[in-house]
Ligand binder design. Structure first.
Ligand code: OAD
Length: 229
């Protein structure tokens, strides 16, 4: 089976109703990264950080996977599909994908501030000050904040280097190290980029740019790949 690796960002979930970060009206226009998505912010004002992620989590329970998430799951009929996502939502899983790596963490999980290996699935949407792990330490969102290490990046780089087909969907490719994964994909591997605002990337070989929203562009590519290979 050919290995098909997919790298996704906030754009794939936009049509489900979740805001992206850097588009106009995006999340980083309403909130400053330094106030809600860094370890320093957590130390300074944990209540504000919890509220930001509680709102994101609450909204996640109100939205559904869209045609792009569902189409990607269909690829598993013919390919060994590995999704590498920067998204903290669970729409790939709910859309039916079985191998999903969350580079930046997962909204529905929380972890101990004392022991990063103590990770729990939160019941409901609200994490509060005073909610503690089994060792008695405050729980924090299971999110990779700016300035923190991305523990899964090496594994993601290896997967990218093994890709027979590589698809990038809905990411501005602004945030490293995730944005650098394209550099690990072999030059002769066919690559697709689905993003209505994509700019040309002439330094990437064998790249087809599909300037469409994920909900229409992804099902088209998926149908093509399922017919061809
Ligand atoms: P961005 O908000 O930076 O980029 C979203 C991309 O999605 C843009 O390139 C848009 O053009 C595109 N887009 C918008 N609507 C779309 C649609 N319907 N279909 C397809 N594409 C669409 O989001 P990311 O690249 O995911 O990290 O951001 C990367 C990381 O920065 C996030 O994981 C998050 C953020 O800060 C953390 O919070 C640690």
């Amino acid at each position: 089976m050919k290995k098909l690796v997919v790298l996704t960002g906030a754009g794939i979930s936009a049509e489900s109703g979740l805001k992206t970060f850097r588009d106009s009206n995006g999340l980083w226009e309403e909130h400053r990264v330094e106030d809600v998505a860094t370890y320093e912010a957590w130390v300074r004002n944990p209540a504000l950080v919890l509220e930001f992620y509680n709102q994101r989590r609450k909204q996640l329970y109100e939205v559904q996977p869209n045609a792009a998430h569902i189409a990607l799951a269909k690829l598993e009929e013919k390919f060994d599909v590995q999704v590498i996502t920067q998204n903290v939502d669970d729409l790939h899983e709910r859309g039916g994908s079985s191998q999903v790596m969350h580079l930046h963490g997962e909204l529905k999980k929380v972890r101990s501030t004392a022991d990063p290996n103590l990770v729990y699935t939160l019941d409901g949407w609200e994490l509060k000050l005073g909610d503690k792990c089994e060792k008695g330490s405050q729980l924090r969102p299971h999110i990779v904040w700016f300035g923190e290490a991305v523990p899964l990046i090496e594994e993601a780089a290896v997967l990218s280097s093994q890709a027979d087909i590589f698809i990038v969907i809905g990411t501005s490719l602004n945030v490293y190290p995730a944005a650098g994964l394209l550099n690990y994909v072999p030059g002769n591997t066919p690559k697709f980029l689905v993003d209505p605002n994509a700019s040309p990337m002439p330094w990437i070989r064998n790249l087809t740019i599909v300037k469409e929203k994920a909900g229409s562009g992804v099902p088209k590519i998926v149908d093509e790949l399922l017919q061809k290979d």
